[in-house]
Ligand binder design. Structure first.
Ligand code: M6R
Length: 365
């Protein structure tokens, strides 16, 4: 039931703190400064010998795969490739021995993800699923996996499944990291930071009224750019996808610096750019990109960390999120973008939970 919310999408956005707690429950081992997973069905020796990881999925799940790439490469130093499942299944790339393939999927029924996993498994690679729906086709087809435990996601737009996927991938990166180079202290620190994430998402949800105002102001936009870098580049893609699918407004997500290589030509006074610009390593660079858009007359909506006078000075509208470490920013920074697409859709009279032309799970290729 909707439990007082107007739409499942909104309810599921608000369920994220709880979904994240469920994703972490019983999986953080403070004593050994690592994560634990019951269903990988691989020995530590087998996991230790993994030399490459492929992350595959479709749509929003593909975006969480991009987050996973950054996380696993940084924390575990294992090379990662991210593949669209629809491409991987027919592309026939060379895959080295000791490659582990993860299919990422909320529903566990996406035809292309299932086929990509089956094809790689047939070739003798170990396949695992990161999946929400227990007992789904992909969960059954894989050699093992990790459930999100996010609870049913009914809205066509994936929201809590996405942040839960990012959370699971963070814990997997921690786990693989601790089998390799990540120190005890490093592992401990990440565990403590993870504990703070449900609260940070709760705090990010407080921006709802502010986001509503922003949606009101820009409701006539026909094009929106989403720009972020590093850990917030997938957030830009995900924000753009959410806007397209729920409010039917054309949007493009880019790594902020790529903008100069083409998309900047789209910037005009009627095309807002959403910059995801929390504090962190590329903050100054993203600020420079923001100035470039400003210089061309483009309205700027910034998703920024609390108390950031530099952003205030440049952006037309600022949405504030709590400050969290870079590796965890994807889970927090996407929240205002989910809400933004929701409010845009409402203002434009779109059917939020059942957008046109889309199905919750895509069971045909
Ligand atoms: O169930 P899956 O995670 O495999 O679904 C993949 C995509 O179809 C899905 O994420 C789609 O892009 C969503 N509608 C996005 O909100």
């Amino acid at each position: 039931s909707l439990q007082g919310f107007d739409h499942y999408m909104l309810k599921e956005i608000y369920e994220q703190p709880e979904a994240l707690r469920n994703a972490m429950r019983g999986r953080l081992d403070e004593e050994n400064a690592t994560a634990v997973f019951g269903g990988l069905n691989l020995t530590p020796q087998q996991l230790r010998s993994v030399e490459r990881i492929i992350l595959t999925g479709c749509g929003t799940s593909w975006h969480s795969a991009l987050v996973g790439e950054y996380l696993i490469e940084e924390l575990a130093r294992i090379p990662v490739s991210v593949e669209y499942a629809s491409e991987l299944r027919y592309r026939n790339p060379p895959i080295e021995n000791n490659t582990l393939v993860f299919g990422i999927t909320q529903s566990g029924e996406t035809a292309d993800t299932l086929a990509a996993l089956r094809e790689t498994k047939r070739k003798g690679h170990r396949t695992l699923a990161i999946c929400n729906v227990v007992g789904s086709s992909i969960a059954q087809a894989a050699d093992g996996g990790v459930y999100l435990h996010a609870g049913p996601e009914i809205g066509v737009a994936s929201t809590k499944a996405y942040t839960s996927q990012c959370c699971i991938l963070t814990m997997l990166a921690l786990y693989f990291g601790r089998l390799r180079h990540l120190s005890y202290e490093g592992g401990q620190r990440i565990i403590q930071e993870l504990y703070g994430i449900p609260g940070a998402v709760q705090e990010a949800l407080n921006c709802n009224e502010r986001v509503k105002e922003v949606a009101n102001k820009y409701q006539d936009a026909t094009n929106v750019l989403y720009l972020g870098r590093q850990y917030n580049f997938p957030t830009a893609l995900e924000g753009a996808l959410k806007l397209k699918e729920i409010s039917y407004i054309h949007a493009e997500g880019y790594p902020a610096a790529e903008m100069k290589h083409g998309p900047i030509a789209l910037v005009d006074t009627k095309t807002p750019s959403v910059f995801i610009v929390p504090q962190g390593s590329t903050y100054d660079k993203v600020m420079a990109n923001m100035e470039e858009v400003k210089a061309r007359g483009g309205p700027i909506i910034a998703v920024a960390t609390k108390e950031d006078p530099m952003v205030d000075a440049v952006a037309d509208d600022v949405i504030r999120i709590p400050d969290v470490p870079s590796i965890l920013q994807p889970i927090v920074s996407v929240v205002p973008l989910q809400l933004l697409s929701y409010h845009f859709a409402l203002l434009r009279g779109c059917d939020v939970d059942k957008p046109r032309n889309l199905a919750k799970s895509v069971t045909v290729e």
